[in-house]
Design a protein. Structure first.
Length: 513
């Protein structure tokens, strides 16, 4: 059975639990031990055959949370559990539901630790681990009081995005898999030319950009010309998919137009699970969403600053991490990472003896020493990029790779936000060009805002900005920084957004079945 056909359809009976309704709890658990995640723990919750899952809303929410995990397609075994919950009742359902609640509680406990492995190219396979003592004690207390509602509600991601994404997911869900055929074309579809008109209309219904009534309006037109009214719809489609908004249907636009409803559902369900990783944000924080190539600075839930960013290329991905922005470095020097030095800079230096000089690089014996080694003192003969024993540092200045500002965010990946002298890349729609760090288009404005919040004056900023030497300005209050990877979300206009899976995390997480 298609794992996407779980939320809105009734599955075939997958087990005969109901036949054994007269058996004791112990007999039930013994009989179906292989189908339970935690049979020994579950038996302790049922000293008597007393039903705990009495409220319809609790049963429904439990199945919904499990269903969302199934739709995310990160586990090969949960479909069977969902089917069992759909087709059992009484004590049989109670035992399964309690076992499922414990499993989802363990998942919620461990996702902050293992989520980057489970939800970004990995799989949630096999046993995910044992529940903590606290989790078992909490469940025991709620069971004794016959109050499961609070525990069930806590399974939801604690994010404002959750409800909005969840609602949109139901709009796209196609249980019968009977959507319109794909749009095929071997040429660019441009405005005012003849196109596969009806096919385009039907795909825009599937994508959610045309309602049935709107589609009927377009289909009544006695022409296959790609008219201006339809171009407006396609441009809106392109905008919410992060594409070039030109109305021309090329390869990238066609890819998104032909994406099935259920694939969109999978992506949305996967991104709902990812919300769990960054649901507890501080009052002031910087959020960088890698697939959208944007950063935002939020205070008390309000966006007060926004900028385009350039992120790591697929070969050198910007990692997902949480840290604190504690200072601004004006006119920074660049300590070149070893990988970049060996793969990018030294090959050019060996081909061109003037390269290091022209690009203001210095050679140091190590990062523990500040003694600059003159180029002429280096024995270049027989030296290669792999055996080069020194470190490279680029002097501060207009050509420095970090630009005029580095926003210091200590983390084990040595990744930070910074300015860049290469401004032209910000004009591109897709901006994965860096070696891992995050280049900020409006770095100057961001630096001024942070200094103002730390009670520096405009004159202070101007002084540090104009000084040729490197200076570090500490912030009065550290600011949380999150790098995240959301390929689908709801924007401030309640519009569903999709973005290109630049690091293939969505694709690699998908079942190969």
């Amino acid at each position: 059975m298609n794992r996407l056909n779980v939320l809105l359809t009734t599955c075939l009976v997958c087990a005969s639990f109901g036949v054994y309704a007269s058996k004791s709890v112990k007999n039930h658990i013994d009989e179906y031990e292989s189908q339970l995640f935690y049979p020994e723990i579950i038996s302790d919750f049922y000293p008597k055959s007393q039903l705990k899952w009495q409220l319809v809303k609790d049963r429904k929410e439990l199945k919904n949370q499990l269903g969302l995990l199934v739709l995310a397609d990160v586990n090969d075994d949960l479909q069977e559990r969902y089917d069992l919950l759909q087709n059992t009742q009484g004590l049989e359902f109670d035992i399964l539901a309690t076992d499922t609640l414990l499993y989802l509680s363990v998942y919620k406990e461990l996702v902050s630790k293992h989520g980057t492995k489970w939800l970004f190219g990995g799989r949630l396979n096999g046993s995910i681990g044992q529940p903590s003592t606290l989790a078992v004690e909490t469940m025991t207390q709620h069971f004794e009081k016959n109050n499961l509602s609070q525990l069930v509600v806590q399974l939801q991601p604690q994010s404002e995005q959750y409800e909005e994404l969840y609602e949109q997911l139901y709009y796209y869900y196609d249980p019968d898999n009977q959507e319109s055929p794909k749009l095929y074309t071997s040429r660019l579809l441009k405005p005012n030319l003849l196109i596969p008109y009806k096919s385009l209309i039907y795909r825009l219904i599937v994508s959610g950009d045309l309602s049935e009534e709107q589609a009927e309006y377009f289909l009544k037109k006695d022409s296959d010309v790609y008219n201006e009214e339809l171009v407006v719809v396609v441009k809106a489609f392109q905008k919410r998919h992060g594409l070039v908004v030109d109305g021309i249907i090329g390869k990238k636009t066609l890819y998104w137009l032909n994406m099935s409803s259920n694939e969109r559902v999978r992506i949305m369900a996967l991104n709902i699970q990812r919300l769990r990783l960054w649901e507890e944000k501080s009052n002031r924080f910087v959020l960088v969403n890698i697939p959208s190539y944007e950063m935002g600075y939020f205070q008390e839930g309000e966006l007060i600053f926004k900028s385009k960013v350039i992120v790591g290329k697929p070969a050198r991905r910007t990692p997902l991490f949480t840290t604190r922005l504690d200072s601004i470095v004006f006119n920074p020097k660049w300590k070149v990472p070893t990988k970049i030095m060996r793969e990018d800079i030294l090959p050019k230096a060996f081909d061109d003896k003037e390269y290091l000089t022209e690009h203001n690089f210095e050679v140091l014996p190590s990062w523990l020493s500040n003694n600059v080694i003159p180029f002429e003192n280096i024995e270049w003969e027989g030296m290669t990029a792999d055996n080069f024993p020194y470190k490279l540092r680029q002097k501060a200045g207009g050509s420095n790779a970090l630009g005029r500002y580095k926003f210091n965010t200590p983390n084990r990946n040595a990744i930070y936000l910074h300015d860049t002298p290469t401004r032209s890349l910000f004009k591109k729609q897709h901006r994965a060009y860096s070696s891992g760090c995050i280049r900020v288009e409006k770095a100057s404005e961001f630096a001024q805002l942070l200094m103002k919040e730390s009670n520096f004056t405009a004159k202070d900023y101007t002084k540090y900005h104009r000084l040729p030497k490197t200076n570090t300005v500490g912030l009065s209050q550290k600011i949380a920084v999150y790098t995240i990877y959301q390929t689908s979300w709801i924007d401030d206009k309640n519009t569903i957004q999709f973005r290109n899976d630049i690091y293939k995390y969505d694709e690699w997480s998908k079942s190969k079945n």
